[in-house]
Design a protein around this ligand. Structure first.
Ligand code: AMP
Ligand code: GLY
Length: 422
């Protein structure tokens, strides 16, 4: 079967790496892909958000399954367009992707169906937001309701900070149109964890827990990023908590969507705060996590093509996932300016030859230029290793990281050292 993967990041390279292992894979196409995916299939130059281009590639190349990495094309309705054209696609419809793309919608669904989450109010008017915030005296979190590339959240220690945050988002539009509405919610305290599930509209197949490292610098310091690394499994989510998350969050939210006439096919990612009162939802994402997927891919032993196809065809109840019991650790190597600034292109040297059973270097911000692999900024590579223990995976991953060079390369040095810190 020919497969088209939409996206250009490490998550997409990792999915291609898995797909390439399937004996049923025919040709693999990636829109637009990176230097890493070019070794596994045919990169199609273009924009991941160009739904028309994706459709024409799928038709022209006889693609039997399209897999969507990022949230933006999903929110733009790529899955609706494919299904309307009778093409199989793994990813939720625009209506279902609102669970990520519109935090107001997500909060409303959770409130209506008693899914545990922080108490909140939604505002589009700055004056009203200000009045409400002034009446509170606890720490608040102010969020842009729309898609803001993971940056639209401002943590506030007191009402004065929260008023400023509301002003910046609603009035100054620091997050653009994503800030036309804001969510003001209570600040939850606890340990953060996340969980992903593959959903076919009815059946939920929960993936092994994986965790990312959000902060830029060692010791969980510095600004939030898309993720500076990840590992799997994690001990944070014990069996009882996992069951709780499935029963109190994942099942009710998928049921709630079904009752609203919204069919959810794709990955449902839930970001959680493990509070003393139980797990509460921080956010939903409508896609695989990046870089959580890089760590998980090293451990999945099932044929991913079978699983994704079964999800599209509503046959997930017949599927079972098998996992390697070993630990995986992904170390992200980013450019100097990440996450604030872009960096000039730089030659990458020291990349190891091809992937092996226990090591893969997943590309993100890379391109091929005259046979050379260039770093193009942002998150550049995800060096991902398997080991008998997290420490063994760590040793293997950093040994490879230390051999890779490009101008301005940076990475955290403390990943996998203390598994309790993220
Ligand atoms: P989100 O994109 O909504 O998951 O928020 C990004 C990050 O902000 C989360 O990973 C948390 O670290 C933090 N955050 C968001 N909402 C809350 C909340 N209600 N209480 C505490 N921290 C939060
Ligand atoms: N690593 C977090 C995310 O993919 O949203």
């Amino acid at each position: 079967m020919n497969v088209l993967v939409i996206g250009a990041g490490g998550r997409e390279h990792a999915l291609c790496h898995l797909l390439a292992r399937s004996p049923r894979l025919g040709k693999l196409f990636i829109l637009p892909g990176n230097a890493g995916t070019a070794a596994l299939g045919v990169n199609i130059p273009g924009d991941a958000n160009d739904v028309g281009l994706a459709l024409s590639v799928a038709r022209r190349e006889g693609v039997g399954l399209t897999v969507v990495g990022p949230e933006e094309p999903l929110a733009l309705g790529i899955a609706d367009a494919f299904r309307a054209a009778g093409l199989r696609i793994f990813g939720p419809s625009a209506a279902a992707a609102r669970i990520e793309a519109d935090k107001g919608y997500a909060k409303q669904v959770m409130r209506q169906h008693a899914i545990p989450t922080a108490e909140y109010r939604e505002f589009s008017d700055y004056g009203q937001a200000r009045k409400y915030i002034s009446s509170r005296d606890e720490p608040l979190v102010v969020k842009a309701a729309g898609l803001a590339k993971g940056k639209g959240v401002i943590m506030c220690a007191d009402p004065a900070e929260a008023i400023l945050a509301a002003e910046r988002i609603l009035r100054d539009r620091v997050f653009g149109a994503a800030g036309a509405r804001i969510i003001v919610e209570e600040r939850l305290v606890g340990r953060e964890a996340s969980l992903m599930a593959i959903v076919d509209g009815h059946t939920i197949l929960v993936l092994e827990p994986a965790q990312d490292y959000k902060r830029l610098r060692d010791g969980d310091e510095g600004p939030n990023t898309g993720g500076m690394g990840s590992f799997s499994p994690t001990a944070f989510l014990d069996q009882a908590t996992l069951r709780q998350v499935e029963e109190q969050i994942l099942v009710p939210v998928v049921d709630a969507l079904v009752r609203e006439g919204v069919h959810y096919c794709g990955v449902l990612y839930v970001g959680l705060m493990l509070t003393p009162g139980g797990p509460k939802v921080l956010e939903f994402n409508c896609r695989f996590g990046d870089p959580e997927t890089q760590a998980l891919v090293m451990r999945l032993r099932s044929d991913v093509l079978d699983v994704l196809e079964a999800a599209c065809d509503g046959r997930l109840d017949q599927m079972e996932l098998t996992w390697d019991a070993r630990s995986a650790l992904c170390v992200v190597m980013a450019s100097a300016g990440y996450p604030e600034k872009s960096s000039p292109p730089a030659v990458i040297s020291g990349l190891p030859e091809g992937p092996s059973d226990d090591l893969a270097v997943f590309h993100a911000g890379t391109t091929l230029e005259g046979g050379r692999v260039m770093a193009t900024g942002g998150r550049v590579l995800g060096v991902t290793a398997l080991g008998e223990t997290l420490h063994a995976a760590r040793a293997r991953a950093y040994a490879v990281v230390d051999g890779i060079r490009f101008e301005g390369a940076r990475c955290r040095r403390d990943l996998g050292l203390e598994a309790h810190r993220t």
